[in-house]
Design a protein around this ligand. Structure first.
Ligand SMILES: Cc1ncc(COP(=O)(O)O)c(C=O)c1O
Length: 422
């Protein structure tokens, strides 16, 4: 019996151990190859010897870089030597953060931006032209949806919104389809897209696929391993992880990332070195935070599902979720800390529940140390009519909880007392 117990414990531990980072096929081995996710986020992408023998990466806070003579200029302009010219084009602190994220995603290269939306808009503008058609899914971040429908529409890019499934996406492919964009898991219903099923028809038709991996994070899913072309994150969320900085990142092949970098140099949505440093700092505990948050969000979702004041819970780690099976296969470590639920009550009762919370704060973000709860109907979708909101499944009762790193028992007690107040 004792042997059986310890072998299952070892199996569990092995299942939880972060996957070793593999060298992309055909690439020279890197110092980081074979490292687990925790070692990688602490040491990956950093020089072993840093300025002034500092342990941490220095913040190089400069808007421009000087040339000392014509040789300097020639070596730089001819591409003989990698160096910096102007902050909008690059920065050493930003480079370290980008290297870390590229290693985490298993990408050739990553490129950082001032926000997640800057990453999305710059990437899509650089990949599309007038006359193209984009397929995107419903249940995604509202600003992304509006950008695709309204802003890209103004420049002659057509789009089709489909339900968040691989089947619906492939059925919407047209001869002019130039891009497929979706989140996985989606926001707020955390539908996990079957990436294998999504990529196959897209590859056959030669259509690039972009995944907004913000809700999953590279700890839980690395879409590039499924053949996805580009992965985008709002760094504002889990990767920086402390609700104190804004940023975005795109990762993929050097060829695609360089193409987007050329657009970024012109559009100017680059990240500031201070913000990049906060991303590096946040990343150091990324694997620890994800492990804890994956576990605690599931504990809380299971508990909420049985609560008499809760109508329904959407957490793809629960068997009741429509994409539970895909999540188990594609995201075995967990689905992150964010999930949705419906309170059993009127709009007024839901508002009373929200204002009765004593630990969980009401706010629209996710992935940070502080638990945040959002009421999409009155926060994100305040400018829509009730009918428009309901067409997007944003009901009066819908709440989105982003579990932080507090003790789960305290969070459940907080939710319980607030639910009992209605
Ligand atoms: C899934 C997702 N993608 C992108 C964004 C935009 O990121 P940012 O707020 O950093 O611009 C958000 C913001 O909430 C998001 O939830």
């Amino acid at each position: 019996m004792a042997t059986k117990k310890s072998s299952s414990a070892t199996k569990k531990q092995a299942a939880r151990k972060p996957a070793a980072i593999k060298s992309p096929a055909g690439k020279a081995p890197r110092r980081e190859d074979g490292w687990g996710a925790s070692t990688l986020v602490v040491h990956g992408g950093e020089a072993r010897k840093k300025f002034a023998d500092s342990v941490t990466t220095p913040i190089v806070q400069t808007s421009t870089y000087v040339f000392h003579d014509e040789n300097d200029i020639r070596e730089y302009t001819s591409g003989q030597r990698y160096r910096y010219e102007y902050l909008r084009y690059g920065n050493p602190t930003v480079d370290v953060a980008q290297n870390k994220i590229a290693l985490l995603e298993g990408a050739d290269a990553s490129l950082m931006f001032a926000s997640g939306m800057a990453a999305i808009t710059t990437t899509l503008f650089s990949m599309l032209k007038s006359g193209d058609h984009v397929i995107f899914t419903s249940d995604i971040y509202k600003k992304t949806l509006q950008f695709i429908q309204n802003d890209l529409g103004k420049f002659g890019v057509a789009s089709t919104m489909v339900p968040p499934t691989a089947e619906a996406i492939s059925a919407a492919i047209q001869p002019s389809t130039a891009l497929i964009f979706t989140e996985s898991p989606t926001n707020p219903y955390v539908h996990v897209i079957d990436l294998e099923k999504l990529v196959k028809p897209a590859k056959k038709a030669g259509i690039p696929v972009i995944i907004d991996n913000t809700f999953a994070t590279p700890y839980n899913c690395r879409p590039l391993e499924y053949g996805v072309d580009l992965v985008i994150h709002s760094l504002t969320k889990y990767l920086s992880g402390h609700n104190d900085v804004m940023g975005g990142v795109v990762s993929g092949s050097s060829e695609l990332v360089n193409k987007i970098k050329a657009t970024l140099k012109t559009y100017g949505g680059n990240i500031d070195p201070h913000a990049a440093y906060l991303v590096i700092r946040g990343l150091k505990t990324f694997a620890l935070r994800m492990d804890y948050m994956n576990r605690n969000s599931l504990i809380i979702a299971r508990w909420l599902e049985k609560h008499p004041k809760i109508r329904q819970v959407w957490h793809s780690g629960l068997p009741s979720h429509p994409t539970y099976k895909i999540a188990r296969k594609q995201m075995p470590r967990g689905i992150g800390s964010c999930f949705a639920f419906e309170v059993d009550g009127s709009l007024k009762q839901v508002q009373k529940f929200l204002r009765s919370l004593k630990i969980i704060l009401m706010g629209p973000s996710l992935g940070g140390t502080e638990s945040l709860i959002s009421h999409p109907a009155t926060i994100t979708y305040y400018d829509m009519t009730r009918a428009q909101r309901y067409a997007l499944n944003v009901t009066d009762q819908l709440c989105r909880l982003a579990v932080g790193v507090e003790d789960p028992e305290d969070l459940m007690a907080d939710l319980d007392q607030a639910l009992k107040s209605i």
